[in-house]
Design a protein around this ligand. Structure first.
Ligand SMILES: [Zn+2]
Length: 131
């Protein structure tokens, strides 16, 4: 038994989140539930407290656009959290999907659903912006 345990520990060495894998799962789960609640809450998606909305005309299309973006953001977030849990299960958590590098622990602490290292994320974002 001891031998098996040791092997497992060795295999997991190098992963930053061995000790906190369960915790990380809980964290992702909690965020998922939060996002899911927001998606399911079928109340008005646009709240007066949302900054920036006042800048555009209070036209219906503007509000619809905003709701659509908001909903899309939530759904993407949910997917990212799901993916992160998958990676937690298969041991790939904390590694960049693009290059396989370990994602910076501080960035992961700020957003546990991150799937790209800073380099790849920056590149992905600059590609998005240029579209
Ligand atoms: Zn990368």
């Amino acid at each position: 038994m001891d031998g098996v345990l040791l092997q497992t520990v060795e295999a997991l060495e190098g992963s930053l989140f061995v000790a906190g894998a369960g915790e990380m799962w809980e964290l992702l789960q909690a965020q998922k539930e939060e996002v899911a609640r927001e998606i399911l809450a079928d109340g008005p998606l646009v709240q007066e407290s949302v900054g920036g909305l006042q800048e555009c005309e209070p036209s219906e299309s503007c509000i619809r656009d905003f709701e659509w973006h908001h909903r899309k953001t939530l759904e993407e977030r949910l997917r990212a959290l799901n993916d992160a849990q998958d990676r937690l299960m298969d041991g790939g958590y904390g590694r960049c999907l693009e290059c396989g590098e370990q994602i910076n622990a501080k960035r992961l602490a700020a957003d546990p659903a991150l799937s790209l290292c800073l380099n790849c994320q920056t590149r992905a974002e600059s590609l998005n912006f240029s579209l």
